[in-house]
Design a protein around this ligand. Structure first.
Ligand code: PLP
Ligand code: COI
Length: 339
């Protein structure tokens, strides 16, 4: 194994020793298999290649202060994958098989789980694709589940530091009655043009408004949004955003810290009233928002004058990380120790 400089890891692909796979044929899922090959061999008429029968997940495992490895809320990822599968007519991957696959994958790649001191983690990417040959637009009858893992550092360049986001009304990520609540490749393909443009302009990500009215806040690139004001954690309710497991966890931790929690439509102008703002997700953890520029209306909402994260965002960040790294008791039963 090549020596890994844990402290310098960014968020990118890195080869590890094993991946796990499971195939669906004749109406049933087979056994979980261990593989070392990074390639998959599929038919050129597979439905994932033509009609986007594809879903994926993202979760993390952490090496704790006590040396133990903890996977964070993998049951939630298992359930969300099932929901995404229903969304694009793929057979649901059984919850117990998902857990079995994750445990096998993490154990087999154990030496790729970064040491506690590095602050890095093991990112796990499960995916499920239609592999059966099919040219008519309908679901196929053969599928493949694959999961691989890689050590990662922070998703946004500077880790837990503020960064700017941009509203651009000429792009939509997902339609209100479309597929935005599923974690499927098509949503990410639809976001690439806007995302690259935002990056070229120096922003971390696109700040999406609802596609129908452009009136309410949706999400921030590949992360959910939260705003803080009057000791309240406020996050969008929308039919076109991904139900973030990090956000779901932060809502609980916010309550634990004595904040009120509101999940409701947030009009874009309300941004002017927030004391703090953040993007949250598995890869993003909490990425505090420095400012949001409204490209069309030529105005900015500024949340941090000095570029520092807000006090409550910081508390939430440390609370979440403390549970993930086993520094604090896991009172909500969110972690699974991999032994
Ligand atoms: N929203 C989108 C579009 C995402 O891709 C992600 C990443 O998974 C999130 C939100 C955050 O979700 P989670 O906290 O479950 O990772
Ligand atoms: C995640 O946070 O797990 C994501 O999937 C975000 C992005 C890398 C697509």
């Amino acid at each position: 194994m090549k020596k890994i400089n844990w402290a310098d890891l960014s968020f990118g692909y890195c080869k590890t020793d094993y991946n796990v796979r499971c195939t669906y044929k004749n109406g049933t899922w087979g056994e979980i298999e261990l593989h070392t090959d990074e390639n998959i061999n599929i038919h050129m008429a597979a439905t994932c290649l033509h009609y986007g029968q594809e879903a994926f997940e993202g979760l993390k495992a952490f090496r704790g202060k006590d040396g133990k490895i903890r996977a964070f809320r993998m049951d939630e990822n298992a359930k969300r994958l099932q929901s995404s599968c229903r969304g694009v007519m793929m057979p649901e991957f059984p919850l117990d098989k998902f857990t079995e696959a994750m445990v096998m994958l993490i154990k087999k790649n154990e030496h790729f789980v970064p040491p506690y001191e590095s602050g890095a983690s093991l990112y796990i990417r499960p995916l499920l694709i239609g592999t059966g040959a099919q040219v008519g637009v309908k679901p196929t009858n053969e599928y493949l589940f694959v999961a691989f893992a890689m050590p990662v550092g922070s998703y946004f360049k500077n880790g837990f530091q503020t960064s700017p986001f941009v509203i651009m009304r000429e792009y939509d990520r997902a339609a209100p009655l479309g597929t935005g609540t599923y974690k499927i490749g098509g949503n990410y393909a639809a976001s690439l043009v806007a995302g690259e443009r935002a990056h070229d302009m120096g922003y971390s990500a696109v700040f999406y408004l609802d596609a129908k009215e452009k009136k309410y806040i949706d999400e921030c690139g590949a992360a959910n949004f939260f705003g803080i004001k009057n000791n309240t954690y406020i996050t969008p309710k929308s039919s076109s955003i991904l139900p973030s497991i990090t956000n779901k966890s932060l809502m609980v931790l916010a309550e634990d810290l004595g904040l009120k929690v509101e999940q409701r439509p947030i009009p874009v102008e309300e941004l002017a009233t927030f004391e703090e703002a953040g993007a949250c997700g598995t890869a993003a953890v909490i990425s505090p928002v420095q400012r949001i520029d409204d490209y069309d209306l030529k105005k900015s909402y500024i949340f941090s004058e000095d570029g520092k994260p807000g006090k409550i965002s910081e508390k939430l960040y440390h609370k979440l990380r403390a549970i993930q790294y086993g520094e604090e008791p896991d009172v909500h039963n969110w972690t699974t120790i991999i032994e």
